[in-house]
Write a protein that binds this ligand. Structure first.
Ligand code: ZN
Length: 397
C-alpha cells in the first residue's frame, strides 16, 4: 500500500472496455495511429475510485438530526423524537420504486463527478420482504441508467424494524423472517451480490449475525459485515471466521480483531467520514491494521443519517489527516483495495493491461494533491469500461 506505483509521462491505450497497454504516448500512437486521443493535460490519471460501502438509495435527507447531535442529544432520544434509521425506513416505505430510483440516479451521478466509477449500494431502509425487494429493484433500475458499475448488497439486517422490536424477543422473529423469507426471494430474483448485517450491541448480536451470514453464504451470496463501529464486540473476528469479503467501520476494533483480519483475506473497510460527521473523536486504527498486514479500504458510507457526502476525495483527506495514512496508502485503499472489498480485484482498481478501463482524471500535478485540496472537486472526467462516465472537458482529437 505504501507504493501506488505512480508513472510519469505515460499514456494509456484502451481497446474496447479494457486497458491494453500503458507506456510512452508516442509509442502507443505508433501502435494504434487510428485511436481516438484524449489529452489529459498533464493531470493525474488514477483508476476510477471504488466506493465499496454506501447506502445511496434513500428518500429524504435527515439534516435535523445534526443539530440535535451537536446539542448533545443522545441517539436513543433522537430516535424517540422520530429520527434515526427508523425515520428513513418510514420515509422509504411511503415512496414508490420510481421515486427512489430517480433520487438515487442523481446521487450516483454526483458520486461519479468526484471520481467514483464503481459503487456498492445497500438496501436496508425497507426491513420487510416487500420493501427490501423494492429497494433492491430500485438499485437494479438505477444500475441500468448510470454508466457506473453498481454492486447491490442486501442489508435486510440493517436494524430490527419497530414492528418486530415491539415483540420483545430481541429480534429473534425478525432473524427468522430474514433467513426464511427475505433471503430466498433476494437470491431467486438475483437482486444482490452481497449480504450484510449490522452487528452491534442493541442491533444484531454476534450469534444472529452468524446465523444470517451463514444462511446467506449457503444461498450463494458473498458476505460483508458492519462490525465494531461503536464497541469492540467481536465483529471483526466473526467477519474473518465466516470468510466475509469485508468487515466495515471498525472504529472500536480490538487487538484480537486486528489480528484476525490480518490473518484473513477479509478487507478492513474504514469509513472516516462517518466518525467526522458524527463528531466522534475515535477513528479506526488504520496504522495498526496496515502494520499488522490487513488490507485496508476506504469508502464514503454515503447515507442520509451519518455520512451525507458524495465526495470520495474528501475521504482520502480524512484517510491521511485522521487515519495517518500516506497519500499512496489512501489511494490504494480507494482503488485496489476497494475493488478487493467487492470481490473485483482481478479486473477493477488498477490501470494495468487486462483491467477494466475505469479511469478518473484530476486537475493536479502530483498524486499527493488528491487528499491535499480538501473538499475540492478536481475531477475533470471519469470513464468506466472505456466509456465516458462523468463528462470530461479534456480535448479529444
Ligand atoms: Zn453502512
Amino acid at each position: 500500500m505504501a507504493d501506488a506505483a505512480v508513472l510519469r509521462d505515460v499514456g494509456v491505450l484502451v481497446v474496447g472496455d479494457r486497458v491494453a497497454r500503458v507506456g510512452p504516448p508516442d509509442e502507443l500512437e505508433r501502435t494504434r495511429p487510428d485511436a481516438k486521443r484524449i489529452d489529459c493535460g498533464r493531470g493525474v490519471l488514477i483508476p476510477g475510485l471504488v466506493d465499496s460501502h454506501t447506502h445511496a438509495v434513500f428518500g429524504r435527507p435527515r439534516y435535523e438530526e445534526q443539530e440535535m447531535r451537536a446539542a448533545g442529544v443522545p441517539y436513543m432520544e433522537i430516535a424517540k423524537r422520530g429520527g434515526g434509521i427508523h425515520a428513513s425506513v418510514r420515509d422509504v416505505r411511503q415512496r414508490g420504486l420510481d421515486d427512489l430510483a430517480d433520487l438515487a440516479e442523481v446521487r450516483l451521478r454526483q458520486l461519479a463527478s468526484y471520481g467514483t466509477t464503481t459503487v456498492e449500494v445497500k438496501s436496508g431502509y425497507g426491513l420487510t420482504l416487500e420493501e427490501e425487494l423494492k429497494l433492491l429493484r430500485a438499485i437494479a433500475r438505477v444500475a441500468e441508467r448510470v454508466p457506473m458499475r453498481v454492486i447491490p448488497t442486501w442489508l435486510g439486517a440493517h436494524e430490527i424494524p419497530v414492528e418486530h422490536r415491539q415483540r420483545g424477543d430481541g429480534g429473534a422473529s425478525y432473524v427468522k423472517t430474514l433467513v426464511n423469507e427475505m433471503l430466498p426471494a433476494v437470491t431467486s430474483q438475483r437482486l444482490a451480490r452481497f449480504a450484510d448485517v449490522f452487528c452491534e450491541p442493541g442491533v444484531f448480536t454476534l450469534d444472529q449475525a452468524r446465523t444470517i451470514l451463514s444462511a446467506s453464504r449457503r444461498a450463494g451470496l458473498a458476505l460483508k459485515l458492519h462490525a465494531d463501529e461503536l464497541e469492540p464486540s467481536g465483529g471483526a473476528e466473526l467477519a474473518a471466521d465466516v470468510g466475509a469479503t469485508s468487515a466495515d467501520h471498525l472504529a472500536a476494533i480490538s487487538d484480537a480483531g486486528i489480528a484476525a483480519l490480518a490473518a484473513s483475506d477479509t478487507v478492513a473497510t474504514l469509513l472516516p467520514g462517518t466518525m467526522l460527521f458524527l463528531g466522534r473523536p475515535r477513528q479506526a486504527p488504520a496504522r495498526a491494521l496496515i502494520e499488522a498486514g490487513a488490507a485496508v479500504a476506504l469508502a464514503t458510507d454515503f447515507n442520509p443519517g451519518t455520512s451525507p457526502t458524495v465526495n470520495f476525495p474528501l475521504i482520502l483527506t480524512l484517510g491521511v489527516s485522521q487515519l495517518h495514512m500516506s497519500a499512496s496508502e489512501a489511494i490504494v485503499a480507494a482503488t485496489v483495495n476497494g475493488a478487493a472489498a467487492l470481490g473485483l480485484a482481478d479486473h477493477v482498481g488498477q490501470i494495468a493491461p487486462g483491467f477494466s478501463a475505469d479511469l478518473a482524471l484530476f486537475d493536479c500535478e502530483d498524486i499527493r494533491e488528491l487528499p491535499y485540496w480538501y473538499g475540492d472537486r478536481r475531477c475533470r472526467g471519469t470513464w468506466v469500461r472505456g466509456e465516458t462516465c462523468h463528462p470530461s472537458s479534456a480535448p479529444i482529437s
